[in-house]
Design a protein around this ligand. Structure first.
Ligand SMILES: Nc1ncnc2c1ncn2[C@@H]1O[C@H](COP(=O)(O)OP(=O)(O)OP(=O)(O)O)[C@@H](O)[C@H]1O
Ligand SMILES: [Mg+2]
Length: 307
């Protein structure tokens, strides 16, 4: 498959901060590709390099065969970018924002209306409202419409769902799936691990490092340990007590539960742990073997890399 975006050994530092450390990823044409990682992972820095707004210190990136350094003008023509902080002009109306973005790219809203119709029709009733007066979910739809209005081959969306309500977030992912039907390659970043499974492929990032690049299913299948969740009448000292039981790879809080991982070959036995905890004074021990989700995999990979 000819790669749409090829990122090879890219590093970027800001003073002493290594924002990207030898990052290599290839994104296939038409893929919905997620960069998942917490604050400071390097997502925005990478996206700014891909969209030619920033130069790498080292490495090479091509977008549809164009080099980010030499061919930046060509890349800008074929790329739509929705930066994390909304790119809208808050004093302009919905319609004025869209016309403005179409204008920069020498196109018109009419020419490419088909592409944004599904999304834009939802905010069209408010077309004379100032962007600043829209709700978060509506701003997000307008920003996406603006990024799409010149019919880009590549769409780069930096944390488009951060700070948006759960319903609008799901609706937004539905829209992205549909965009794939137009053959648009989509790079999207998110701090929400739960959104990873909605991507064709994901890159897990932490402190400028790539921890893993694979399909969400493969990341989960590659999880090397047996994982359990546990809850008892008293949670405070539970992580420490589980650790002192021995042979535990990792223990961490996970919502209302504690998750812990054990090596499948360690001879760990659920009944023994249960007995040990009861003897230690715990009551109502709920212990269950579970399948990891992306967040468990992320924590395990971080542990492995010593990050
Ligand atoms: N212009 C800059 N000057 C100095 N440091 C920077 C600059 N841009 C990014 N950094 C640093 O580089 C690291 C990576 O930042 P980046 O914004 O790429 O991460 P991110 O994954 O987008 O995080 P967030 O979730 O906060 O948006 C951080 O430590 C950040 O403070
Ligand atoms: Mg960012």
């Amino acid at each position: 498959m000819p790669f749409s975006i090829d990122i090879a050994n890219v590093s970027k530092s800001f003073g002493k901060v290594k924002a990207l450390n030898d990052v290599s990823v290839s994104v296939g044409k038409g893929e919905l590709f997620g960069f998942i990682g917490p604050d400071g992972a390097g997502k925005t820095t990478l996206f700014r390099i891909v969209t030619t707004l920033l130069l790498p210190d080292k490495g090479k990136i091509t977008v549809n065969g164009f080099d980010v350094e030499k061919d930046f003008k060509s890349i800008r023509k074929i790329t739509g970018y929705m930066p994390g902080r909304f790119s809208l002009y808050m004093d302009l109306t919905v319609q004025e924002n869209l016309n403005f973005y179409a204008g920069i790219f020498n196109t018109s809203v009419k020419e490419n209306y088909g592409l944004i119709k599904d999304i834009y029709s939802q905010i069209e009733p408010f077309k004379n409202r100032r962007a600043g007066d829209l709700s978060g979910g509506m701003k997000q739809k307008l920003a996406l419409s603006c990024a799409l209005i010149h019919k880009p081959d590549i769409l780069v969306l930096d944390e488009p769902t951060t700070g948006v309500d759960a319903v609008s977030r799901m609706e937004f992912w539905g829209i992205l799936k549909k965009m794939k039907n137009y053959g648009i390659t989509i790079l999207v970043s998110t701090p929400y691990m739960s959104e990873a499974s909605l991507c064709d492929k994901i890159a897990l990032m932490q402190n400028g490092n790539l921890l893993s690049v694979a399909t969400p299913d493969k990341v989960i299948n590659d999880y090397p340990y047996k994982l359990f969740k546990i809850r008892t009448s008293s949670m405070q000292n539970l992580p420490g007590d589980i650790k002192s039981f021995g042979n535990i790879k990792s223990v961490y809080r996970f919502g209302d539960y504690i998750h812990f991982a054990v090596d499948g070959k360690s001879g760990f036995n659920e009944r023994d742990l249960n007995r040990y905890l009861t003897e230690t004074g715990y009551r109502n021990v709920e212990l269950e073997k579970i399948n990891p989700d992306i967040e468990d995999c992320f924590l395990e990979l971080m542990d492995k890399e010593g990050l």
